[in-house]
Design a protein around this ligand. Structure first.
Ligand SMILES: *Cc1c(COP(=O)(O)O)cnc(C)c1O
Length: 370
């Protein structure tokens, strides 16, 4: 049996015809840049994410970049974030000229530890970027509280978390000043190429992002601001409109898969060795990440058995070569470093069959009983 980490072919097969129709409509309309498809998707995302505004952009990375630009964060500013995320989170801070300041994660949720944020705040701190990693919301209440006390903005990196809910029912992206979504093909809501979205409740920030998206020009050729080409492609928007209709169903199946893994691992007697993600309501499991001893050897063993896995992320951000200048060193963020050493994402995509899950768990069991 073979179990890929993700099966996009199976994912798209049931909606193939609908997607082709949507693409065909865009081709007929010839409205390739922005236009009605992007606008309609933005309207749908507004209601889905429970925000007032949504602005389609070229990628999740650009959503972060343009959000920081809209907040006028730049040279001499500091932005607090997690060292345990995809590179773009910290990369975008550096690209606007600001300095990323890392704060360790909570070892259970993998998200930034709110209790450690205040110590990292300086007079230069302009924003906090919490990441809702793997589809679970960061603990936003204390983050928003400390941000408010110090008059600091909050940009949510919700690239892995569209539709995820915080404990009070609020949706990822709707709680901070701005929220950033990614439609990279492997995300819960994936395009067939790159795409992203900025969501916000603030009309001024929304307008600013909208203008920055088109080189800062309004009206066209009259530039108030220096923006860029951060537009969401109309073809991607048309595809995403089709796929968004199915997102709730997919998220439900991902949750069911997580439940099944809990039951299957529960029967193995591996519970003292394999740590499973805590069951939290509102988690949408963009990834199902377990923590295991001998992680790299287990990963190689599973690969031999044709099981796809991934390490998110093998090297925390504070130890990346390009951030040498920030002068962090090994041991600065032990929880992030530990997670880099022992976490492993196993297949949990919506089309995964129960027999495939049973096989994954069986192979993990075989590995540890050798
Ligand atoms: C995927 C991802 C991004 C970047 O999104 P792209 O659309 O690939 O540019 C940013 N942050 C996190 C946490 C991500 O997982």
């Amino acid at each position: 049996m073979s179990v890929p980490l993700l099966d996009l072919k199976a994912h798209h097969e049931p909606i193939y015809k609908e997607i082709l129709d949507a693409i065909e409509q865009v081709i007929h309309s010839q409205a390739f840049i922005l236009g009605p498809d992007v606008k309609k998707l933005e309207e749908r995302v507004v209601s889905y994410c429970q925000t007032r505004f949504a602005i389609g952009v070229s990628s999740g990375t650009d959503a972060l970049l343009v959000s920081l630009m809209a907040l006028e964060i730049g040279l001499g500013d500091e932005v607090i974030t997690t060292p345990y995320s995809f590179f773009a989170t910290a990369g975008s801070i550096t690209r606007v000229g600001a300095k990323p300041v890392f704060v360790d994660i909570d070892p259970v949720t993998y998200n930034i530890d709110p209790g450690k944020i205040e110590k990292a705040i300086t007079p230069k701190t302009k924003a906090i970027i919490p990441v809702h990693l793997f589809g679970q919301c960061a603990d936003m209440e204390p983050i928003l509280k400390v941000a408010k006390q110090h008059n600091i903005k909050v940009v949510e990196d919700a690239a892995q978390a569209i539709g995820a809910e915080y404990k009070d029912g609020r949706r990822a992206g709707s709680m901070g000043d701005l929220g950033c979504l990614s439609f990279f093909p492997s995300k819960n809501l994936g395009a067939m190429g790159d795409g992203g979205m900025v969501v916000t409740n603030d009309p001024e920030l929304a307008e600013k992002v909208r203008i920055l998206r088109v080189h800062g020009g309004k009206p066209k050729y009259y530039h108030k601001l220096i923006g860029g080409n951060f537009r969401l492609d109309a073809l991607q928007a048309a595809i995403l409109r089709v796929k968004l209709r199915y997102l709730d169903g997919w998220s439900k199946t991902r949750r069911e898969n997580a439940e099944r893994y809990r039951a299957l691992f529960g029967e193995t007697g591996l519970t003292d060795r394999v740590i499973l993600p805590k069951d939290v309501p509102g988690h949408i499991y963009n990834q199902f990440v377990i923590r295991v001893p001998e992680r790299d050897r287990l990963q190689a063993f599973l690969k031999e058995g044709e099981i796809g896995t991934e390490v998110y992320y093998p090297l925390p951000l504070h130890l990346q070569e390009c951030f040498k200048g920030l002068e962090y060193s090994k041991g600065d963020f032990p929880n992030a470093e530990q997670a880099s050493a022992d976490s492993l994402a196993i297949p949990s995509y919506p089309e995964l069959a129960p027999a495939q899950q049973a096989y994954v768990v069986k192979q993990v069991e075989v590995f540890y009983s050798r």
